[in-house]
Design a protein around this ligand. Sequence first.
Ligand SMILES: *Cc1c(COP(=O)(O)O)cnc(C)c1O
Length: 313
Amino acid sequence: MLNTPIYKLDENENKLYIKRDDLLPFSFGGNKARKAEKFFNEIDKGKYDSVVTYGSGSSNHGRIIANMAKARDLECIIISPEEASEETFNTEIMRYLGAKIIVTPAPYVAKTIDDLLLELNSKGRKPYFIQGGGHGNLGTQAYVDCYGEIKEYERKESINFDYIFLASGTGATQAGLVCGQLINADNRSIVGISIARKNPRGRDVILNSIKEYLESEHLEIDPSKIEQKTIFTDEYICGGYGKFNLEIERVIETSYKKYGLPLDPTYTGKAFSGMLSYVKDKGLIGKNILFIHTGGTPLYFDYLRGVSDVEND
Ligand SMILES: *Cc1c(COP(=O)(O)O)cnc(C)c1O
């Protein structure tokens, strides 16, 4: 993947920078594009004839996987939990790309995947399975790479980011960034703003991803350092996945009007709003802060169209 732009967005008590991973040049970009590239490098090395993954109807991951599969003429099958299968632009794009979407109640997702993989294999097919959200060491690696891009920018511009903020969901994005920091023994705070999961589970999943990655790379890092550097706050989840409030809506509106920056209420808008609250709550002043825009541009259009506020509270 190409290096994405980093630039100064605003300056008040702190200097606020942004890294635009939403501008990755494939299918409206985002962190799912950065992760998926790693999985498809593996796919390109094998003789696979299909790709199986899972994700909701509004999943950015589903869109990217469907598109990368289509580009290779591989069949793409996406298992989607019934509870989160609202029609969004991402669903439309997945269909448009010819992905087969199998909707099943959430408790049956795992079994549906197992059965499907068994069935395909028994027919002599060769499916490649990708975890939801591009979870796993390859997904983590994608954000170790991203951390490297941030370091390179810092070197070139003689700047040091004291804080890095991002929307944290399944945690692979944050795990990769934290691994990058641990490997480089840097001293800063990487703060994952949870968009759904609560502590301790949300943070535990990230810790597991970090440990799994470091182990696979045969890297030994002091466990207390790993604990100390994994900062995951669930204070701004606003009632759960996809839920948002007036404050988040105001941040989305301001950000577009002031910076021409699209944010969505499920991920980046919630995280950006959470970051502003965090900075205020902790009284941060005179810091260099980097926000990573993790993508989700189609969700911004859903928001404009009024689709994603059905559960607005
Ligand atoms: C999936 C997603 C996230 C969360 O990434 P994780 O690696 O699952 O934590 C953040 N922002 C956007 C736009 C996403 O699509």
